[in-house]
Design a protein around this ligand. Structure first.
Ligand SMILES: [Zn+2]
Length: 231
């Protein structure tokens, strides 16, 4: 749980909401953010708002079932994704969802993102950002797949839709989403030059070990076995 007061969290949430719009990661009313509060409550953006226009007084507070407790606007339609993510990952406090163009292009082309083309990305994100197969947003199928994926990954692509990132705070969740978009952009440009080259397998293994030592990734949270890849 964040140490920030509710007014400070609201200011921060609005700042990141605007940053999503400033960076071109959302259009129209796309994208949404939520933050875990004490006493099983969640602070989130309202529906039908440009993320460049949201103000602190527009934010709302909901319960774990998505019922509005405070605020004058309605919750967004993808709230089920956020609440499911929060349940699947009790260690995170923030969910950020957006449609950044390069990574969403991967999601729409049905392709996962290989992170093992740059060493730092493997430490920050693991060796891939998986693609959760397309399902109607908020459907039981999509939520079930999300529950399977999120223990293993901090960022996932939602097939034919967009990107969902989790983090302990807004900074971490946003920066993860930003890094995935940057990687997708690098893949896109490398494609014109023959495609990005994957790092040697032995180096990827060492980088994943560094990730674990940094307290990141599924192994650092006690998970063993093989991560689901969905494709
Ligand atoms: Zn969306």
């Amino acid at each position: 749980m964040s140490d920030l007061s509710l007014p400070a969290l609201k200011r921060q949430l609005v700042s990141y909401s605007r940053r999503l719009w400033d960076r071109g990661y959302v259009a129209n009313h796309d994208g949404n953010l939520s933050v875990r509060l004490p006493a099983r409550r969640f602070l989130c953006t309202p529906t039908s708002f440009s993320k460049g226009e949201v103000g602190e007084s527009d934010l709302l507070i909901v319960d774990p079932d998505g019922k509005r407790l405070e605020g004058r606007w309605k919750p967004f339609g993808e709230l089920g994704l956020h609440l499911t993510a929060m349940r699947a990952r009790p260690d995170v406090n923030v969910v950020v969802h957006a449609h950044p163009p390069y990574s969403t292009a991967f999601a729409c082309a049905g392709r996962a993102i290989d992170c093992a083309i740059i060493a730092e990305a493997v430490v920050s994100l693991g060796d891939r950002v998986p693609l959760i197969p397309y399902a109607i947003p908020g459907s039981a199928t999509q939520l079930e797949t999300l529950v399977t994926a999120l223990p293993w990954y901090d960022v996932v692509l939602l097939g034919s839709h967009g990107v969902l990132a989790v983090g302990v705070d807004l900074d971490q969740a946003y920066l993860r989403l930003e890094l995935v978009e940057h990687l997708a952009q690098i893949h896109h440009h490398a494609q014109a030059l023959g495609g990005a080259r994957r790092l040697p397998d032995g180096d990827v293994t060492r980088l994943l070990q560094k990730r674990k030592e940094a307290g990141l990734g599924p192994e650092a949270r006690g998970l063993t076995g093989t991560a689901p890849t969905f494709s």
